[in-house]
Design a protein around this ligand. Structure first.
Ligand SMILES: Nc1ncnc2c1ncn2[C@@H]1O[C@H](COP(=O)(O)OP(=O)(O)OP(=O)(O)O)[C@@H](O)[C@H]1O
Ligand SMILES: [Mg+2]
Length: 276
């Protein structure tokens, strides 16, 4: 499969040593380069198939865009990956060994899957820095995190993420005063601080200015390699800019897959989604 950037082995096989769950080994097995594999996944709502025998594979370090008309099943697919919705049939594997359909939502997060919803959910009263600090220390340790001095290593990590999401100059600003786009980046930063292996982003540039959209494209491209990204978007200029592999979903199945230049000329894709 196409890889836009080579991924150093030590990044691919880095396990999260703090994991204590028996189902989740410290090392994610991506020896076959595939980090996420959905096979023949079907989800029905009152007899209606939101996902219909969906089969999809994402490589480690890959940035994949998912496009398709409203109701195609894009969000439902993310719900299945994160354990929010259980499929009627089919399998969903994270790496070679983790069966996501048998794991709880928190365990899926701990295994290294981060999800960003459309609406930013940052703590508006806190500073940008404090938001990242809270995300680093986890909800259960909120008080502890706020009143305890951070260790140097943790500060470095926060600074690194601030740099990545371009909010370093705004570290001491209240999050509530950020623009919509900046809040979205902060929320992505709050996911990044947990070092997820796979990031799921559902319509991440909706409501952003053109400039913010452009900067988001650069951000996502910079994250690929170190992370795998699954990006659902309706903004075709943005998807084109990402220049990654694109999967077109329609009626719960894959209609087409390839580079944007290829799928945009696909007759059925033009018919059901992109128009002439
Ligand atoms: N909890 C639910 N109960 C019943 N039907 C649902 C549920 N969730 C999704 N659906 C239906 O499943 C289909 C797929 O929905 P989904 O939200 O996955 O589409 P989508 O591709 O994300 O669309 P959009 O681009 O509009 O966000 C839709 O017809 C939707 O109405
Ligand atoms: Mg959706």
């Amino acid at each position: 499969m196409n890889m836009t950037s080579p991924v150093p082995e030590e990044l691919l096989f880095q396990g999260n040593s703090s994991l204590g769950h028996p189902l989740i080994p410290g090392v994610l097995d991506i020896s076959h380069r595939v980090i996420l594999y959905l096979e023949q996944v079907t989800v029905s709502f009152d007899g209606f198939r939101a996902l219909n025998n969906l089969t999809l594979a994402i490589d480690a370090g890959e940035l994949r865009c998912i496009i398709g008309p409203n109701g195609a099943g894009k969000t439902t697919m993310m719900d299945v990956i994160t354990g929010k919705t259980r499929p009627d049939s089919g399998t969903v594997f994270f790496g070679q060994t983790l069966d996501l359909t048998a794991m709880s939502e928190p365990d899926i997060v701990s295994a290294g899957i981060g999800r960003k919803f459309q609406k930013p959910t940052v703590f508006e009263q806190h500073t940008v820095f404090d938001n990242l600090e809270l995300a680093l220390c986890g909800d259960k340790r909120v008080r502890h995190a706020l009143f305890t001095r951070l260790q140097g290593e943790q500060c470095d990590r926060i600074a690194e993420v601030l740099q990545t999401i371009r909010l370093l100059p705004l570290a001491r600003q209240q999050a509530g005063r950020l623009s919509h786009g900046q809040k979205q980046w902060l929320e992505i930063g709050m996911l990044l601080i947990q070092e997820p292996k796979l990031l799921l982003l559902d319509e991440p540039v909706a409501g952003m200015t053109d400039e913010e959209t452009e900067q988001s494209a650069e951000l996502f491209l910079s994250l690929a390699g170190r992370h795998s990204l699954l990006v659902v978007e309706h903004d075709m200029a943005f998807v084109t800019k990402l220049n990654s592999r694109v999967t077109v979903l329609h009626e719960g199945s894959v209609l087409a897959e390839g580079r944007m230049a290829e799928v945009r000329n696909h007759p059925r894709v033009i018919e059901v989604y992109l128009g002439r």
